[in-house]
Design a protein around this ligand. Sequence first.
Ligand SMILES: Nc1ncnc2c1ncn2[C@@H]1O[C@H](COP(=O)(O)OP(=O)(O)OP(=O)(O)O)[C@@H](O)[C@H]1O
Ligand SMILES: [Mg+2]
Length: 249
Amino acid sequence: MFELVRVMSQQGLVRVELAQWRGRLVVVKRLLGFSPEATRRLEREAEVVSKLHHENVVPLLATIDGALVYAYVPGVNLAEVLAEGPLPVTRALKVVRDLLRALEHAHASGVIHCDVKPSNVLIRGERALLTDFGFAKDVALTAITGDQQLLGTPNYMAPEQFQGVRTDHRSDLYGVGALLYHAITGEPPYGSQVLRFLTGDERVVLAPLPSEASWLQPFLDRALTRDPERRFAHATEMLHTLLAVPASA
Ligand SMILES: Nc1ncnc2c1ncn2[C@@H]1O[C@H](COP(=O)(O)OP(=O)(O)OP(=O)(O)O)[C@@H](O)[C@H]1O
Ligand SMILES: [Mg+2]
């Protein structure tokens, strides 16, 4: 049914493949072995993503025998881009605006992504698309508990999510802030000190932004604040704040 072109990634038993299907290139995310946990996760991902229809969210085309079939987004992921170094500020802000539009839609649909990070953002020309809702939380369903421990890097993870308490849509907004910080400075927030920050060490502080981006400091301080109550209230507020800053237009 699928003609494998190449394997794009494999994490545990979940493989992401580029394949030909019905005369087009698609991305197939499938389970290679037996794992009730991973099966449940893929089912959850399919259920969640099929609710989302937005130009900044990678569309799910079908689910076939448990495999998720996504539209192929030609381009690179943001982690690959950032491995080459930081982005010009205007470019970074364009990515973040796209991401906030995707999250605005997801959150309004009752979906919290829970794993906002550069490798889950695909760059196609000028447009950024959010993907990988494998850890997403559907607020209408019972939360999957204990999942956070399985996440890879904690570099973009909000402190409350790391500590396993009251994760909500504002944890995604922290992730956007962390991603923007990385895009501008070339490093994720707190670098090697991130675990100390996440476990509550108040002495760990953010390295300042480069001078050409210093006007974004108040915006990032608010996005990355420890207390979710003091962050932007929702993606729309964060987006509008960004759009209101003249230099980000
Ligand atoms: N629709 C797509 N079009 C193009 N590339 C994609 C697509 N979906 C995924 N990829 C590529 O495959 C990688 C892994 O996909 P995804 O994040 O969905 O899987 P994952 O199992 O969570 O892997 P990881 O832990 O590496 O993020 C992405 O970082 C991206 O480079
Ligand atoms: Mg991923």
